[in-house]
Design a protein around this ligand. Structure first.
Ligand code: ADP
Ligand code: MG
Length: 449
């Protein structure tokens, strides 16, 4: 049976049942990966979409597949991505980009057009970084070079860095901007060295008007990469081209970073971005809602900002709110926010007062039946490591502690260990039901105590 055809038939029926924005957001990029006698595997582009499609449309899709394969035993399995493929951002619900040549040059530079200065909210925690980025967009190569932005997960480093690029392309579409992550940069160097093609690599990078490298900490510890990078940096710098880096920590705290690179990084302007406070989170939610054509009321944005302290989860939560209101044909109200994200009729201060690192460590210890001394200790057995990482994740996302604070609470671990732990849990959470339940139970326990 032709799977493309089957999937086409299924989609054409779904299209009749859901609104157009919903279809565009959740179904347009899906595909039927495989079809055998009893299983149809459907690929979706990211974990959030998977969650929504699974909870909302599973029965519909499965019955349509049964219908079009003429097979009553057919079962549906939803999977994220293809292997090794990066997750795509959740598709915009209502946003339709205009395809003009600026749009094209922005895409060509691998920049996200929505990551602009206008879409970036400013408050005390990121004001310096914003001002510096603006200054650079005004006069690249002259104001501060290099600019080194650092800070925790989800504080807006990537957004701000890309805003510089987007702004420059608006002024001049022919500006040669290279934006890549430290990891992509590393892979390119390694490939170039391996295929003895370093000249091409050199030409590409050294002719850039602007080099934006996101998460530069990744190159630490890789000697050949650092060496090549050092020469690239110097060549670009000497040309007077602007260089911007982001990192999850300042150069002084990146271990295994070559000294000469460290001093280059520190020779420019170093600025940290702090975790967004409540006001900034509210503003970010309002901006993101507006991009999706939704005029959110201030009190709703604030309630969401209260419930979701993890900056990375703000947008996903907003999408979920908009989607649920569409699906339930229900207006976006405070009570819908409470239904979806918990949150409460309890006075806020009562809720907050129980939230201390101590209450989380005892809840995790109780839930997994592991002594708190073991959680803080250095034991590396699997049965301890995962609960410990869960604890890191909760301290960071629920209490907003910095990586260093989490590290010192957990017996002096360094922040890269903490970051690794948190990222691991975030990744697992997207498809591990048991872990989702663990976290839910622990949070509930802490919140209700
Ligand atoms: P980081 O690179 O620091 O981990 P990102 O730049 O990826 O963080 O930001 C995560 C999400 O939060 C993005 O969707 C980004 O647009 C949004 N965001 C973060 N800070 C702001 C801000 N000040 N204004 C608007 N959106 C923001
Ligand atoms: Mg980033």
């Amino acid at each position: 049976m032709d799977k493309t055809k089957v999937w086409g038939l299924v989609l054409s029926e779904i299209e009749l049942q859901v609104t157009r924005p919903m279809f565009a957001a959740f179904f347009s990029k899906t595909r039927l990966e495989s079809l055998d006698d009893n299983t149809a595997v459907v690929l979706v582009t990211n974990p959030l979409i998977k969650e929504i499609v699974e909870s909302r449309y599973y029965p519909t899709i499965e019955s349509l597949i049964k219908k079009h394969t003429h097979n009553k035993n057919m079962q549906l399995l939803l999977k994220v991505g293809g292997e090794n493929k990066k997750y795509e951002e959740p598709g915009p619900l209502f946003y339709k980009p205009i395809e003009n040549s600026l749009e094209k040059s922005v895409k060509y530079a691998h920049l996200n057009p929505l990551y602009s200065f206008e879409n970036f909210a400013v408050s005390g925690s990121n004001q310096m970084a914003y001002a510096a980025a603006k200054a650079i967009a005004q006069s690249p190569g002259k104001a501060y070079n290099p600019l080194f932005l650092y800070g925790g997960v989800g504080v807006g480093k990537t957004h701000l860095m890309q805003a510089i690029g987007v702004e420059l392309l608006r002024k001049n579409r022919d500006t040669k901007i290279i934006f890549c992550t430290g990891e992509e940069f590393t892979n390119e160097i390694i490939n170039a060295i391996r295929s003895k093609n370093t000249q091409q690599f050199k030409d590409k990078f050294r002719n850039a008007h602007m080099l934006l490298i996101d998460d530069i900490q990744f190159i630490a510890g890789k000697n050949a990469v650092q060496e090549e990078f050092f020469y690239t940096f110097n060549a670009i710098y000497r040309r007077g081209s602007q260089i911007v880096f982001t990192s999850d920590r300042p150069p002084s705290e990146i271990s295994k970073l070559e000294e000469r690179l460290r001093s280059r990084f520190e020779g420019g302007l170093l600025i940290d971005i702090q975790i967004p406070d409540f006001e900034l989170r509210s503003a970010i939610i309002l901006i993101k809602a507006k991009q999706r054509g939704v005029d959110l009321q201030m009190n709703i944005a604030q309630e969401l900002a209260t419930q979701i302290s993890d900056a990375r989860r703000l947008e996903g939560s907003l999408i979920r709110l908009i989607t649920e209101s569409e699906v339930r044909k229900e207006a976006i109200t405070l009570s819908l926010v409470h239904k979806l994200f918990g949150g409460s009729n309890k006075p806020r201060h009562a809720l907050r007062s129980s939230l201390t690192p101590g209450s989380f460590i005892s809840a995790v210890s109780r839930h997994f039946n592991i002594k708190t001394s073991l959680l803080k200790g250095s034991g590396r057995s699997r049965s301890i490591v995962l609960p410990r990482q869960v604890l890191m994740y909760l301290l960071r996302t629920e209490l907003g502690l910095s990586l260093n604070e989490v590290g010192s609470f957990l017996g002096g671990r360094d922040h890269s260990t903490i970051l690794h732990g948190i990222e691991k849990i975030s990744l697992l959470l997207s498809n591990n039901k048991d872990l989702q339940t663990d976290i839910f139970t622990i949070k509930n326990y802490v919140g209700n105590k």
